[in-house]
Design a protein around this ligand. Sequence first.
Ligand code: OOG
Ligand code: NI
Length: 468
Amino acid sequence: MPANAIQDSFVDPDDLRTCFTLAMSSMYKSEVPLYGDLVRIVSDVNEKTLQSRLDPKTLSMRYGDALGPSPRIDIERHGAIRLGTARELHTVRRILAIIGLHPVGYYDLTAAGLPMHATCFRPKTRESLAKNPFRLFVSVLRPELIKDAAASDLALDLLASRNIFTPELTSLLDGADSQNGRLTPAQGTRFVAAAMESFRWHGTAAAPPHDYTALRAAHPVLADVACFPSAHVNHLTPRTLDIAAAHEAMRRAGLEVKARIEGPPARRCPILLRQTSFLAVGEPVRFAADNGGAGASHRARFGEVEERGAAVTPRGRRLYDALLDEAMAAAGARASPEALDDAAARVFARYPDTWEDLRAQDLVYFAYRVRGRRPAVERAAYTVDELVRLGVVEASPITYEDFLPLSAAGIFQSNLGAGPARALDAEMDVEGLQAALGVGLGDADDLYRRLRDASIDECAAQLGVEIS
Ligand code: OOG
Ligand code: NI
């Protein structure tokens, strides 16, 4: 068989990711009907925004960018799961690799009082991102940070006795290993269905009621992570074109909405990521008959919306972090959500807000493409800035594809009902996370730089000049 015939008999990981995303979306809508309402509300807002905003500058940012046309806006942009053990994380890494998602970045959640760290599983190449940018925020317990020894022992006992992966899934993973990480269409179909078993909600706890109650009292996240037979998806997140309008529409529709939108304040040139959510709903939990006890109501699962802006450079990130700190300090620890928003709006006036300034000050990553023909001035070499000034190439901001640790902590906290969080006194454990994954963590900045540099190389090749 010729080489490409062999390749053709396997599913493209990006296509499989779309099947996976759609399966997860319909599963989650049936599990949390309020999420279906959210998707309808957001899609309405997006429709109205599309009709009202015809400014080409914002259009390119919102509906596509230098990296190509934006895929369907109504497909979810991310989801999240919480895992209990290194072994679970290792298997989840294998599952997600098959749908083209790879771990990028380290997220320390101890600032939110969570004994957990996380990574973002996401597509890494321009082509893969353009096909379907869905990503998964995956956190995992750090049991060594649980202060209450009895709770820690109990959680570890429960986790040691569970297996969240079906035998069918395990055998498909092994099969993929022997096929260069690929699956045939028939295997792919079985794989998506089997993977959903690991991420679906099980209303019957895998722990007796007194254990559930004890862990919930120690920290609600322990009960959520350790007391169920699966790693239920805890939210999905469609993309909105106007997060303020979506937040308002959710409130008007009677959803119980998060107190404030996480991330940077509203800007003309959107950067990073803004998020809001409806708060986790109470879901009935049963306990196995021989465990006795009445049921409980478990609060972990919610629905979120996100608006993505441009990826910032390390310099842009330092400015973002500094201004956010300053805004929080100015508002004070007990500030109301409105006061915090006001302080942020005031302080962030110092974050440049035109694409030209953001580029000139190297705050945002841009990709480039040839606009005009060969530059009129015939030289063998140019700088990017010269070519932009000559109108030969144009710059468009690169979309941010990652998460924000502080926002993630805020989202986590508002949905756990854990009360005010006190930061844990703990070091990060990047090595521990990488050891559990069995692969190194990708570096987000590296990926944005690569996208930028590849776009410059393409311009150089097209123009037949050297670009520095
Ligand atoms: C994950 C929260 C993080 C985000 O959008 O920042 C997240 C969780 O609650 O498990 O998804
Ligand atoms: Ni999220």
